[in-house]
Design a protein around this ligand. Structure first.
Ligand SMILES: *[C@@H]1O[C@H](CO)[C@@H](O)[C@H](O)[C@H]1NC(C)=O
Ligand SMILES: *[C@@H]1O[C@H](CO)[C@@H](O)[C@H](O)[C@H]1NC(C)=O
Ligand SMILES: *[C@@H]1O[C@H](CO)[C@@H](O)[C@H](O)[C@H]1NC(C)=O
Length: 319
C-alpha cells in the first residue's frame, strides 16, 4: 500500500523511485528510504559571483542534507507554476537557504511562496511535506505566514552563541532526538553561528496573531542592539521549521574570518538537525514520475566551483 498523493506507477520487479515508500508495519506511516530534498537556488547579488551564474547554492547546504542520507535537487527560479507543482510532487521536502534578497518581491520569495502554499494544501490533505528555513529562509517563512514583513534590526553578525531555549523546546519535535547533554551544551556553549542583520523580535512575533498561531518559539537570542529575537521555531500544525542561525556551517564551512563553531558538540548539533529534517523527508512519499527524470534533476548533474578565494564559502554550485 502506497501512502502517496501522486501517481507513482510502480510495477513489481521494475525499478521505481518510490519502491521504499512502504509502511514498515501495519498501521504505521509510510517510510521513504530514498528521500530527495529540494533546495531553492538563491539569487546571485555579490559581484564576485556574477561571472559564474545568476543563481547558486553553497555546497555546504547540499552536503548538510546529503550527510543525513538524502539526495538533493536544486530548484531553479525560472520554471512555470505548473512545473513547480510537478517538482513539488517529486520531492520530499524543501530547504530555503540564506541570502540577501527582497522577501516579498524577489523571484526567490515568489517561488518559495508557491511551494509554501502547495505544502499547506498537501499537509492539510494528509500528504506530509516538510519545509526548513535557515537564516533568510526562516525570515521568509515568517513573511509567508504573517503576510507581511515583520523584520527589524536584530544584528548578530559573525558571532556564535548558545541558545536561550524556551520551555517548549523540551517537548518539541525538532529537539526530540537530542540527548540531554547536547541540550545542555546548546544552552551553555556557543554552538550556533549567527550571520544576520535582521530578524523577528520576540515582541513582534507575539504581537502578530498569525505567527503566534502558526509557530512555537523554541529559542531566542539577544542581538547587538539588545533586541530579543526568535532564533529557532517550529510549526504547531505543519512540519515547517526555522533557524535564524546556520547549522550547516558547523560541519561544512571553514573560512577562518567567520566564527563557525567546529567543536565536537557543534558538529553533533549540525548532524542531529540534518538527521531530523531528512527523517521528516522520509515521511513524504512523493517521487519522480520516472527514473530518467529523477536522474537528470539531481544535483549530481552539476559540479561545484572552488570559491574559497573570492567568497566565504569553500564551494558553490552555480546555475
Ligand atoms: C539569554 O537571555 C538572557 C536573559 O534575557 C540574556 O541576558 C542573554 O544575553 C541571552 N543569551 C544569548 C546568548 O542571547
Ligand atoms: C542595527 O543595530 C546595530 C547595533 O546597534 C547598528 O550597529 C547598526 O547600524 C543597525 N543597523 C541598521 C540597518 O539600522
Ligand atoms: C581562485 O582560484 C582559482 C583556482 O585556484 C583560480 O582559477 C581563480 O582565478 C581564483 N579566483 C580569484 C578571484 O582569485
Amino acid at each position: 500500500m502506497f501512502n502517496s498523493g501522486f501517481a507513482c506507477m510502480c510495477v513489481v520487479f521494475v525499478s521505481c523511485s518510490c519502491s521504499n515508500a512502504l509502511p514498515t508495519k501495519p498501521n504505521q506511516e509510510a517510510v521513504n528510504y530514498r528521500p530527495i530534498i529540494g533546495i531553492l537556488t538563491q539569487m546571485v547579488v555579490d559581484d564576485a559571483m556574477k561571472p559564474f551564474g545568476t543563481t547558486y547554492i553553497p555546497a555546504s547546504y547540499v552536503k548538510y542534507m546529503e550527510s543525513s542520507g538524502s539526495r538533493v535537487v536544486p530548484v531553479r527560479l525560472t520554471h512555470t507554476t505548473a512545473e513547480y507543482e510537478k517538482i513539488f510532487h517529486s520531492i520530499n521536502g524543501l530547504l530555503l537557504i540564506g541570502g540577501a534578497v527582497d522577501l516579498e518581491k524577489s523571484d526567490f520569495a515568489r517561488v518559495a511562496g508557491i511551494f509554501y502554499r502547495l505544502a499547506l494544501t498537501a499537509n492539510d490533505a494528509g500528504d506530509f511535506f516538510p519545509i526548513w528555513g535557515t537564516c533568510m529562509g526562516m525570515q521568509l517563512l515568517t513573511v509567508l505566514v504573517a503576510g507581511e514583513n515583520l523584520l527589524s534590526n536584530t544584528t548578530a553578525e559573525n558571532i556564535a552563541m548558545p541558545l536561550n531555549l524556551t520551555a517548549e523546546a523540551q517537548s518539541s519535535r525538532m529537539f526530540e532526538g537530542f540527548p540531554m547533554e547536547v541540550m545542555k551544551a546548546l544552552t551553555h556553549e556557543a554552538l550556533t553561528g549567527n550571520f544576520h542583520k535582521y530578524g523577528v523580535t520576540v515582541k513582534a512575533f507575539h504581537e502578530n496573531e498569525k505567527l503566534e498561531h502558526f509557530f512555537t518559539i523554541l529559542s531566542t537570542n539577544v542581538a547587538e542592539n539588545g533586541a530579543h529575537f526568535v532564533s529557532t521555531m517550529e510549526g504547531k500544525r505543519y512540519p515547517f521549521y526555522g533557524v535564524q542561525w546556520h547549522p550547516e556551517v558547523n560541519r561544512f564551512q571553514w573560512d577562518s574570518k567567520h566564527h563557525f563553531p567546529h567543536s565536537p558538540n557543534a558538529v553533533l548539533v549540525s548532524s542531529l538537525l540534518a538527521d531530523f529534517f531528512v527523517n521528516e523527508g522520509r515521511r513524504s512519499s512523493h517521487c519522480f514520475a520516472e527514473p530518467g527524470e529523477e536522474a537528470s534533476s539531481l544535483i549530481y548533474n552539476y559540479t561545484p566551483v572552488f570559491a574559497g578565494n573570492f567568497t566565504g564559502y569553500e564551494q558553490i554550485y552555480f546555475f
